[in-house]
Design a protein around this ligand. Structure first.
Ligand code: SF4
Length: 462
């Protein structure tokens, strides 16, 4: 059996038939302020409680300003509708008895950052959230995927979900990543190779030497972007690196329960000889820092390579929108905004990577750089390590935790026509603001670009 099959089989309540999908039990439901108001309203109308508040964890991330908040007026920085979403979430959590890691908790943050850092994300769990990048949690050997608003309501009411069983896709990363090449570069290269629909209908399992050598934060970056290849989820088998990361975290098992959990989790690996529906292999040793040049994450190129030629209408349209030219490298393009943050690259190692490049340097005149920690705990840790001082000394802004410019719902917006080098996960038209031009990159490439004032190769600043 594959890792996916083992976790799936453990959670099937009712098997699927040609007529109906399987009913899958959900171990952890993480909720935030954007996809829940309607779901709670439906529960209220039907007179239903939340079935398992103890398996439901709420936070505030999408609509929260990245400036300090101590009153409703401070929330209005993000706009009236965003501020109301936050207040409504706070009220819904009180009414339905759901634990909210909100303002004053010291643990507020992006849904996919707080689950792992608190140890709530664990191997073998089924985890859902009303955000597409829930695949992040798969880095622990969990089966985790994004769900829509209606499904959020189903899970709140029943702690289960209707699902068709996906197929399996092995992405094998052989060899070692060269110096200066990161997990973000690797996953962009994977999406470039298999395409934005390459994983459709499948759960990807990332395997191979380069994956085994990665720390948990890099593995989270990889699994996070699975959805950008069209996959339902991404998974990595848990190992010693996983157990070491989880041990001692507030919501991880303790004592004898920890020993039993590790024994159980150690079985969560693909058996020798198990067959995947699809398979692809990449050589990590051949990779370079990668950046996107178009309007989906599959339109990606090595930092110094020319943008490829393409004649189809959507390719031309994407290049026109981005105001970039085939035959020229992305390093020709001047930068207006740099964003380091999001559930893809807003963890402590990401901020450290950006700070390493920024240290002792100044960002270019006319460039605005925002560094947004993925959670309040990440912010605290970064400040303990003095990273905030390095970042502000370089001329960048050190902000409060949240999704920020990943989705531009909180007032942090890229202006029309501006070019943004962003460590987030989506470069669709308008994702960071109407008319915004987004270049996806690693934290190192983002920091190097802020210093150069152009899209830049981070290896020159190491
Ligand atoms: S950072 Fe972006 S992708 Fe991640 S949870 Fe927030 S909005 Fe969703």
């Amino acid at each position: 059996m594959t890792l996916f099959q083992k976790v799936w089989d453990d959670h099937v309540v009712v098997a699927e038939t040609p007529q109906i999908p399987a009913i899958l039990y959900i171990d952890l439901h993480i909720v935030h302020e954007v996809t829940t108001p309607q779901a709670f309203s439906v529960l209220r109308e039907l007179g239903l409680p939340v079935r398992r508040p103890d398996l439901t964890l709420a936070t505030l991330d999408h609509s929260t300003p990245t400036t300090p908040v101590s009153s409703f007026e401070d929330l209005l920085v993000a706009g009236e509708s965003a501020a109301n979403q936050v207040r409504q979430m706070e009220q819904n959590c009180v009414e339905f008895g759901v634990e909210l890691l909100g303002y004053g908790s010291g643990q507020r943050g992006i849904v996919h950052v707080i689950g792992p850092e608190l140890g709530a994300t664990q191997p073998g769990k089924t985890i859902v959230c009303g955000d597409s990048h829930s695949s992040t949690h798969g880095a622990f050997g969990a089966l985790a995927f994004g769900i829509g608003t209606t499904e959020v309501g189903h899970v709140l009411a029943t702690q289960s979900l209707l699902q068709r069983k996906p197929k399996t896709f092995e992405v094998n990363i052989a060899g070692k990543l060269p110096a200066g090449v990161t997990a973000k570069d690797l996953v962009l290269a994977v999406i470039g190779k298999i395409g934005v629909n390459g994983g459709t209908g499948h759960v990807i399992e990332y395997r191979g030497e380069a994956i085994r050598a990665m720390n948990m934060e890099s593995r989270m970056t990889i699994c996070n972007m699975s959805i950008e290849a069209g996959a339902r989820a991404g998974m990595i088998a848990p190992d010693e690196t996983t157990f070491e990361y989880l041990k001692g975290r507030p919501r991880a098992p303790k004592g004898a329960a920890w020993d039993a959990a590790v024994k159980r989790w150690s079985q969560l690996r693909t058996d020798d000889g198990a067959i995947f529906d699809k398979s692809v292999t990449l050589d990590a040793g051949e990779l370079q820092p990668m950046v996107t040049f178009g309007t989906n994450p599959g339109m990606v190129v090595a930092i110094n390579d020319p943008i490829p030629q393409g004649n189809d209408v959507s390719f031309r349209k994407a290049l026109d929108y981005m105001q970039v030219e085939s035959g020229k490298p992305m390093t020709c393009n001047a930068v207006d905004i740099v964003f380091v943050g999001s559930c893809t690259n807003g963890r402590i190692s990401d901020i450290e990577e950006a700070a390493r490049i920024l240290e002792g340097r100044k960002i270019a005149a006319g460039v605005r750089m925002l560094v947004v920690p993925g959670s309040e705990l990440v912010k605290k840790e970064a400040e303990k390590r003095g990273l905030d001082k390095i970042i502000t000394a370089a001329g960048a802004e050190w902000r409060e935790a949240g999704c920020s410019m990943c989705i531009a719902m909180n007032g942090d917006i890229v202006k029309p026509g501006q070019l943004s080098v962003s460590t987030s996960n989506r470069n669709f038209e308008g994702r960071q603001g109407i008319g915004a031009r987004t270049v996806l990159a690693s934290p190192a490439t983002a920091a190097a670009s802020a210093i150069a004032g152009f899209v830049a190769d981070p290896r020159k600043y190491s």
